[in-house]
Ligand binder design. Structure first.
Ligand code: ATP
Length: 135
């Protein structure tokens, strides 16, 4: 059996995931990162996008928004603003959020509004991707 580490994903609302896993792959601000047992300890910023988790030989997928991750050799903890499984994603809501963000980004925006709208668009696109609504 492959060696495992403990993965915990926590949002302000709930403990989203807590289990022994073989591997996790997710987006960080430095690019895609894969975590296995025994990883060098570090703290990294998590980016908006999918997380793929290998648990008991099966890949499962979810979508995260921004947050932080602490990696230790035997345990990884991700604190993120939001996390959803594909079946939890309300596709119509994500489509509407995508349209709103795209419309806002057409306008002249103050810098803070520009960054907010860009992040909202990234969240909507990531949700639609994980819900398999867009390729
Ligand atoms: P919206 O404008 O639709 O609220 P948002 O990207 O601003 O989208 P967030 O602030 O990222 O929403 O999330 C707020 C809460 O709503 C979180 O608990 C998140 O998991 C949930 N959520 C957001 N969008 C969806 C969606 N399309 N389907 C299911 N849950 C969602």
């Amino acid at each position: 059996m492959a060696s495992t580490f403990h993965l915990e994903i926590v949002t302000p609302d709930r403990k989203f995931f807590s289990s022994e896993v073989e591997m996790a792959i997710l987006k960080t601000t430095d690019g895609e990162m894969g975590i296995l047992k025994g990883h060098t300890p570090m703290v990294v910023a998590v980016g908006i996008g999918p997380i793929r988790i290998l648990e008991n030989g099966q890949w499962i997928e979810a979508v995260l928004s921004e947050g932080f991750m602490e990696v230790l050799p035997d345990k990884t903890v991700i604190l993120t603003d939001t996390a959803e499984w594909p079946e939890e994603i309300d596709v119509n809501r994500a489509m509407a959020a995508k349209t709103r963000a795209e419309e806002r980004l057409q306008r002249q925006l103050a810098q803070v509004e520009f960054y907010r709208s860009r992040a909202a668009l990234a969240r909507a696109m990531a949700r639609l991707k994980v819900a398999k609504e867009i390729k």
